[in-house]
Design a protein around this ligand. Structure first.
Ligand code: PLP
Length: 429
């Protein structure tokens, strides 16, 4: 469920007409809904709690929002107020989470290639745990921790070798993906870490992929994770934490409906029945995707005499790269739909790449130059992946709350864009 709906023939975000935002902020722009972010977080938390899935000391499980999905500080602050933690993959993301008021003890540091500097920053910040993805990384984390005179709290990331479905570029849980270690390696590394003066292993973690709409592969992976916890405990390790990653899908309208959080929570409760452990989760997409749209303006309709019709927008692949990168589908809705029979369009951006195509041969309500359209389900992996390719200014972001709204990342000026670069000394004369 989300809070983008047609009212009186035009699309609103909560109590704010998108056309007004487009008029005041300009297009393209991202618009996020506070109520939708809050709803998705609380629905997941409540579903987990209802199934008795708990965190440390019997409290709420740690829901560490995957910052990579949407790292805007206002979005993070909105979630922080609900008690959210953060799953981070870089020093920049840790800094963002801290700046948004997420306490360090709710921040998890993941990622296959953490640098020495990033590990040191994470440990000095006091993050909750470093999720270690390989043996060389285990050794590096230990070295950095010992140099800081501390013991790093770590979890071992396991690659459960299950196929989660979805696009191959967002599958992470197969043995040939770069993430994590096998179960046997995890046991060996856990024992190695337990004997290392720089490390304190507290648990295990997995994340098998993204946009998962079938619970079966998750259930299979989680059952294997349970087995691992039991084996480690039998070997004498007090395994305290189990991080089950993110991955639940969002509705993009062309894929099967993602399972409701209640079904996800029930599956976990059944798979883990009787296992006493503190759970954490790293959802990104299921919280943020449906809470954001990208609004763009139709620059013109280019109708070829042979019949193909291009709706050329002022948004491009640099603003929303998912269709070009993952062949992703986004529902496209006119902000003020015109009456009339649907027409078939290729919806494209202005960038000089054929890949700058949002969709081909899509039946949409009739469009004219100057119309606004909204790409739905664009709140995750949207603005975070935007760039200035073709020297287009970075797309701005707006957060709405009821009838209120604020620009939470302004569009830079061209002067800002140019001022970030410095001429080489020999070029400045
Ligand atoms: N955790 C880890 C380690 C990830 O790599 C990702 C996504 O790539 C996530 C969590 C978030 O995934 P999703 O947005 O599908 O929930």
């Amino acid at each position: 469920m989300n809070h983008f709906e047609l009212r009186g023939g035009e699309l609103f975000c909560e109590g704010v007409p998108l056309a007004r935002l487009a008029g005041e902020v300009g297009t393209p722009l991202y618009v996020y809904s506070t109520a939708t972010l809050e709803r998705h977080y609380t629905v997941l938390r409540d579903a987990l709690m209802a199934e008795g899935i708990r965190g440390e000391h019997g409290g709420e499980p740690l829901i560490a929002f995957a910052v990579k999905a949407n790292s805007n500080l206002a979005v993070l602050k909105t979630l922080a107020r609900l008690g959210s933690g953060a799953d981070t993959v870089s020093e920049g993301e840790i800094r963002r989470a801290l700046a948004a008021g997420i306490p360090a003890e709710k921040i998890v540091f993941s990622g296959v290639g953490k640098t020495e500097g990033e590990i040191a920053f994470a440990l000095k910040s006091g993050v909750s745990e470093v999720n270690v993805e390989s043996e060389p990384e285990l050794e590096l984390v230990s070295k950095v921790a010992r140099s800081l005179g501390t013991r790093a709290v770590i979890a071992i990331r396991v690659n459960p070798d299950v196929s989660a479905g979805g696009h191959e570029k967002i599958s992470t849980g197969k043995a040939d993906n770069k993430f994590g270690v096998s179960f046997s390696e995890a046991e060996r590394l856990y024992a190695k870490a337990a004997n290392d003066a720089g490390l304190r292993p507290v648990g295990v973690t997995c994340h098998i992929g993204s946009q998962i709409t079938d619970l079966a592969p998750m259930a299979a992976a989680f059952a294997k994770m349970r087995g691992l916890v039991e084996r480690l405990r039998a070997e004498g390790h007090p395994v305290e934490r189990l991080d089950l990653g993110g991955g639940l899908g969002a509705p993009y309208f062309n894929t099967p409906e993602p399972p409701p959080p209640a079904d996800y929570a029930r599956m976990i409760a059944q798979t883990m029945a009787g296992l006493d452990i503190a759970y954490s989760f790293e959802p990104g997409r299921m919280i943020a995707a449906n809470a954001g749209v990208l609004v763009a303006r139709v620059l013109h309709i280019h109708a070829r005499p042979e019949g193909r019709k291009f709706a050329v927008l002022d948004a491009a692949m640099n603003d929303l790269i998912r269709p070009a990168m993952y062949e992703a589908y986004h529902e496209i809705v006119p902000v003020k739909p015109r009456p009339g029979a649907p027409e078939v369009y290729d919806v494209v951006g202005p960038i000089c790449e054929t890949g700058d195509t949002f969709t081909r041969e899509r039946a949409l309500p009739p469009l004219q130059a100057g119309d606004l359209v909204a790409f739905l389900t664009a709140g995750a992996y949207g603005a975070v992946m935007s760039s200035e390719y073709n020297s287009r200014r970075l797309v701005p972001e707006v957060l709405a709350k009821g009838e209120d709204w604020a620009v939470v990342r302004p569009r830079p000026t061209y002067e800002d864009m140019l001022a970030r670069e410095a001429p080489a000394p020999w070029l400045s004369v």
